[in-house]
Design a protein around this ligand. Structure first.
Ligand code: SF4
Length: 273
């Protein structure tokens, strides 16, 4: 049986950077605001090394607060400063660009639209940088009902696919005489999706590794399912030999928040089966 790794898989640049920054503050006094990434095994490993996690700033009286790659709104920085906490900012630079773009568009007097998932923490952070004034559009239906305005500014969630972004933007083109579009999309997600689809069309079974709470891993699994038999798993222990029965070729991909060591364990287990 041949086991093939996807050309692009696992940690993206922003997640790698955030994990490195968190690791540099493993002193027992530092906490991330929310889980650093949507991967329970990585969160547990960091916890064991001395980086905790809090859901709310109210839970911290002293120490260092680490902002994760999804970023936060300006009020969080102000609150942390007022509490005397040390702030370590691991916001991904691509997310930071989207946040500052939203701020700039508001300062330019524009009604801001964020094309993205309404409940995603990154979109929430971009919304807060728009002075809580942006409209979040998730679907083409949302865009169709958007009211016309004199000056419009559009940004995107970084993990949006270009295809969806432009489909939604197409409905906004007639809604204003003065439109600025800032396509703040990062290529990491698209690269992983395109490579996974390509691999899924060549193999008998796909294994998609990543947290069940990771939206980008779940999306990878949904895409692969369209091409071949697909299993979403978090760890090598979950891999059942029955899944690979009669398979000549097995493909492996992993979400942007899946650590290399878990990918390695799954790869080795496949080779032993
Ligand atoms: S997917 Fe892109 S924007 Fe999001 S953390 Fe990774 S590199 Fe940054």
């Amino acid at each position: 049986m041949e086991v093939i790794l996807s050309e692009y898989l696992g940690f993206c640049y922003g997640v790698k950077r955030a994990i490195k920054i968190a690791g540099e503050h493993a002193d027992g006094k530092s906490c991330t605001l929310g889980p650093i990434i949507h991967n329970p095994q990585m969160v547990a490993r960091l916890q064991a090394e001395g980086v905790g996690s809090v859901e709310d700033l109210a839970a911290m009286e002293e120490g260092t607060i680490i902002i994760r790659s999804h970023g936060v709104g300006p009020q969080i920085y102000k609150k942390a400063q007022a509490k005397g906490l040390t702030i370590v900012d691991a916001t991904c630079p691509h997310v930071k660009k989207a946040q500052l773009s939203a701020k700039e568009l508001v300062e330019d007097g524009r009604q801001v639209v964020i094309v993205g998932e309404k409940k995603h923490p990154e979109v929430k952070s971009i919304f807060e940088w728009s002075n809580n004034s942006a409209t979040i559009l998730e679907t083409e239906e949302d865009a169709k009902t958007f009211a016309p305005c004199p000056k419009l500014g559009i940004v995107s969630q970084t993990t949006m696919s270009s295809e969806n972004f432009f489909k939604i933007v197409a409905h906004l083109l007639g809604k204003s005489q003065d439109i600025r579009i800032l396509r703040t999309i990062c290529t990491a997600t698209e690269q992983r999706q395109t490579a996974a689809l390509e691999l899924a069309s060549k193999v008998d079974v796909m294994l998609v590794i990543g947290g069940r709470n990771s939206a980008n891993t779940t999306r990878l699994a949904q895409l692969c399912e369209k091409k071949c038999k697909t299993h979403h798993l978090e760890t090598a222990e979950e891999l059942s030999p029955e899944w690979l029965e009669n398979a000549n070729k097995v493909g492996i991909t992993a979400g942007a928040s899946t650590p290399d060591w878990i990918i390695g364990e799954v790869y080795k287990k496949c080779q032993r089966i």
